[in-house]
Design a binder for this molecule. Structure first.
Ligand code: BGC
Length: 943
């Protein structure tokens, strides 16, 4: 349903004819309704602005939302320069027909004089459960010309307990016995069904469904929706999410059948490293057995309604999925298929009545995030046979997801599929780094011609697939790789003159997508896959440049908030289902995600709601930090991971803890101001000054050098504003010297690395930043690329051709090849190297300030901000530098052109001094600063 609004942002190039054809293809009633609305909507508006990409709560046409005052947004584009919106008017109607007649019975905002295009709160009639809202927006430009969007939609979910007629149901089952993996407890998936008759003509129908566990919903033999791993991972004791589907097109008058397949998932299955570190409990952290809830609501053409709700009247039976566990894998015995179990007319004689599931203790709310979907399918590029009958397929890149298997053979033949990120020298699969994740799928053939199968309730992190047990020699078509992740849309592009760095960017994207899997996991392969807060906060700006993570982080911030510990600290990972004995569940630079990420979301998307929601918790976290401090310095207490995976001399944990305390305080000052909490703002301002005073006394010498001589200590002190004004330059010079003396290479870990890059560019050490960026000697990003990586590695030296996987088992136990943390250099690539930045919240005022240095000839970067696409390209020539800049409609920019000689700068053919399209603001260091409106600009700067 994503592109039903027609003039979808990313599909701008579509002609109206194509859009019409696309709309016509939709069979669901929802599509038809929007088509009607689209055709009925008044066109003929003449404005220069085109209104696109309408969203509600960051989602395109969301079904069943929880928020009854949702935030609406759109994006403006224009072919003309200097286009702004001077006013808007939002119309919201309960039917498409009413909207087409401009009868806004739910909300007519009236004409609002404003350039705002996002974070606009619906302020119409009080919305109720199940309300349907069709909306469009009209905008005015400076000349008074009007443009109108096409129609978008949202509907409200089930808001009240009384709306739910359905009951939680389950099926009490035991694991299959005689299993070859006896040490694990792996119950089969449960199959639940109900047949029902619909006696009248159907007008529309929706299903609301959820599980404590994972569910796949089926209707008349078809999967409902295209999402996987629903309803996602939360602290199920506090909240569980339901999903809403429009199923009008799947129902028919007469006999129908609804079904659900139910698996343990994060709720009852194995999660994280519990087995590895030998916790008393290793699975079932929220409950022992999964439950399902589903409510189908049908509206007939005569206006009457019927509800089919899950209850103990549903039937439960066995099926082919004998084991289904996220970490361990799936066993599918095709001989046990109950063909037609999810269709009408199935004989469920041997099935039992479903059991009633547990009652929920927390909230049941609409899913606010980004659903996990199949992103891409890839074919293997190579197949080898390192041992007779053992086939290894190379997918060409390290992904998260599953495979589709295509086989034929005898009934009962058992095909075993194992997954790995790397191969040993002898060509065999490397699985040591998976630790206790069995990551093995088994398919048992039914022996009926070509059989095609893909697992549903497990996923793996892998590039290589090992298949054994085949009676016939496979070929490349035997396996298809299915890339899965939360469907966050890519938001950036990046190319430059270094193929190595282009590959690095691809590796960063691949690894981000592999790990943004309902929550931001640290890695997708081993028995961990936890939402480590340190990794996420460090990477959050990079994540937002690379993809639209607005709804994704909205959801996960709730998990972080739910995980806040009783004493105020945010947890080391979220959701946090268990705590290791003697293990403190908070840590400096990890817990700080509770402040850093909402702050970044505010900067990037202008999101103040998240700040407001989390503010009380943030204050508690600040109080906790202060109460733990000696004076105003925090000891590196808690489970302090320090500069995780750094090399050489360590930065003290105390320094990192205090630097982050100061950084949090600085952000809290801004957040308090933004939320009009003036007293708090003053308090945090003073607190910051006090921390800074103690910090400089403790860690700094009078000449500006630090008592801890590490790259990370300097980078954090400078980035977090802890240097006295008069000593900053010395601090930056010391950092630069230290890197040069280290052969232009890093010694920093997770915490320091991205800050080193940002600080070098902030202080004008661009050549040095580029030498780190293009470096291929160990340790560097380039080192992994020249060693053949297709992803970001956990360690600088996860693998070398000379030493393999770091030798010994201990280290290979913590050696992921898909760990996004070191990919946080993306923040530098976009904000510094290409120089795309926001001045204040939400990219309404843009800064283009490319930091150009030795080592690259050109760079092309784009970023789809919440206000539209921003481009910054630069290219060095023999006698000139070229700069291509695109600023989206309804925004303005300060463009920093890297030359102070005005007479050498032209835009197009015109000297900048003579152009009417922007004004010269002044000189800033090596830059001439121009104030520009929206548009496309091509600058040349003569040498
Ligand atoms: C994870 C990291 C995480 C760390 C805490 C590791 O096992 O993979 O990414 O941040 O633990 O130091």
């Amino acid at each position: 349903m994503r592109n039903l609004t027609g003039f979808c942002y990313q599909e701008k190039a579509m002609s109206e004819k194509q859009i019409f054809r696309n709309l016509k293809k939709r069979t669901f009633r929802f599509g038809r309704v929007l088509l009607v609305a689209f055709l009925l909507s008044a066109h003929g508006f003449s404005g220069n602005l085109s209104v696109e990409h309408l969203r509600c709560e960051y989602l395109v046409n969301p079904l069943g939302i929880q928020n009854t005052t949702p935030r609406l947004s759109w994006i403006l584009t224009s072919e003309e320069r200097n286009q702004v919106q001077t006013a808007y008017r939002i119309l919201v109607s309960s039917t498409p027909e009413k909207l087409a007649n401009n009868n806004a019975d739910l909300w007519d905002s009236g004409k609002i004089e404003s350039n705002q295009t996002n974070q606009i709160v619906y302020s119409g009639k009080q919305l109720q459960s199940r309300d349907e809202c069709y909306w469009k927006v009209r905008v005015w430009d400076e000349s008074g010309a009007v443009s109108e969007s096409s129609v978008a939609y949202w509907s409200v979910g089930l808001l009240n307990y009384s709306d739910w007629k359905a009951k939680w149901i389950t099926h009490n089952v035991e694991p299959f016995t005689g299993d070859k993996y006896e040490e694990l407890y792996l119950p089969p998936a449960r199959y639940l069904r109900k047949s029902f008759k619909l006696g009248k003509q159907i007008k529309s129908a929706k299903v609301y469904a959820s599980a404590l566990g994972l569910y796949e919903l089926r209707l008349n033999g078809q999967k409902v929706g295209d999402a996987c791993f629903t309803p996602g991972w939360t602290d199920y004791n506090k909240r569980v999410y339901y999903n809403t589907y429009d199923v009008t097109g799947l129902l028919k008058e007469g006999e129908n059948a609804i079904g659900a397949i139910l698996a343990d998932g994060w709720y009852a299955g194995y999660i994280g490293y519990a087995l590895f570190v030998k916790l008393d409990k290793v699975r079932g952290f929220y409950g022992e057995s999964p439950s399902f809830i589903g409510q189908l609501e049908v509206t007939f053409t005569d206006g009457s309604k019927e509800i089919i709700a899950s209850s103990e009247e549903w039937m439960a039976g066995p099926g082919p999925i004998r084991e289904a566990d996220i970490l361990m894998g799936e066993v599918y015995d095709a001989r046990l298929e109950n063909t037609g179990w999810d269709q009408p007319g199935f004989n469920a004689e041997n099935w039992e009545k479903a059991d009633l599931g547990l009652k929920l203790s927390g909230a049941l709310e609409a899913y606010p995030g980004v659903l996990v979907k199949h992103r891409e399918e890839i074919q293997p590029i190579e197949m080898t046979e390192p041992e007779k009958g053992t086939y290894i397929f190379n997918l060409g890149k390290n992904i998260a997801g599953v495979i589709r298997l295509k086989v034929s053979g005898e009934k009962g033949e058992e095909v075993t599929i194992r997954y790995g990120e790397m191969l040993h020298d002898d060509g065999s699969l490397m699985t040591e780094n998976l630790r206790k994740a069995r990551a093995t799928d088994t398919y048992i053939l039914k022996g009926e011609g070509v059989e095609i199968w893909e697992p549903r309730f497990t996923y793996h992190g892998f590039q290589y697939v090992e298949v054994t047990g085949l009676s016939q020699k496979p070929d490349l078509s035997t396996i298809t790789g299915i890339v899965m992740n939360s469907d966050t849309k890519q938001a950036s592009t990046f190319t430059c003159s270094s193929e190595m760095n282009n590959q690095l960017y691809q590796n960063i994207l691949t690894t981000q997508f592999a790990n943004f899997f309902d929550i931001p996991t640290d890695c997708p392969q081993r028995d961990e896959r936890l939402g480590w807060t340190g990794d996420a906060q460090l990477y959050s700006v990079s994540a937002a440049y690379n993809a639209d993570v607005s709804a994704f982080f909205t959801k996960w911030m709730q998990d972080v908030d739910d995980g806040q510990l009783w004493y105020g600290a945010y947890p080391i990972f979220a959701p946090i289902p268990y705590i290791r004995p003697y293990h403190v569940p908070h840590s400096p630079a990890w817990s700080d995600a509770g402040i850093v990420i909402p702050y970044n979301m505010y900067k990037i998307y202008g999101d103040t709601l998240l700040l407001r929601r989390m503010y009380p918790g943030m204050k508690r976290f600040m109080d906790f930090q202060l109460s733990e401090s000696n004076g105003f310095l925090r000891p590196g207490s808690g489970n302090n991971y320090g500069d995780w995976l750094s090399l050489g001399k360590e930065t003290s944990k105390d320094l990192i803890a205090s630097a982050y305390f100061a950084y949090d305080t600085k952000m809290m000052f801004e957040i308090a101001q933004c939320l009009n909490q003036e007293e708090d703002a003053v308090y945090y301002q003073h607190l910051f000054q006090n921390i800074k005073k103690d910090y400089t006394r403790q860690y700094m010498n009078e000449d500006g050098s630090l008592k801890e001589h590490t790259q990370t200590a300097y980078a954090l002190s400078l980035y977090m504003g802890l240097y006295p004004e008069n000593l900053k330059e010395q601090g930056a010079a010391s950092l630069a010297k230290m890197i040069t003396e280290n052969g232009n290479r890093f010694s920093s870990g997770f915490i320091g690395t991205k800050h080193v890059m940002l600080v070098l560019s902030d202080f004008g050490y661009n050549d040095l930043a580029y030498s780190l960026f293009t470096q291929t000697e160990y340790p560097s990003w380039g080192y992994s690329v020249v060693n053949g990586s297709t992803s970001i590695w956990e360690r600088w030296n996860s693998y070398t051709k000379e030493t393999g996987f770091l030798g010994g088992k201990t280290r290979s136990a913590m050696n992921s090849f898909s760990h996004y943390s070191f990919g946080a250099v993306a923040e530098w690539m976009f904000s510094k190297a290409a120089g795309i930045n926001t001045d204040g919240p939400g990219f309404r005022k843009i800064i283009i300030k490319p930091s150009i240095g030795e080592g690259l000839q050109f760079m092309n970067a784009s970023y789809n901000s919440i206000n539209g696409r921003i481009v910054s390209n630069w290219k060095k020539g023999d006698d000139r530098l070229e700069l291509h800049v695109e600023i989206p409609a309804n925004t303005s920019a300060q463009i920093y052109v890297p030359s102070v000689e005005r007479k050498k700068i032209r835009e197009g053919k015109t000297l900048i001094g003579k152009s009417n399209d922007f004004s010269i603001v002044g000189i800033n260091g090596i830059y001439t600063v121009l104030q520009a409106g929206s548009g496309v600009y091509d600058f040349t700067i003569e040498k």
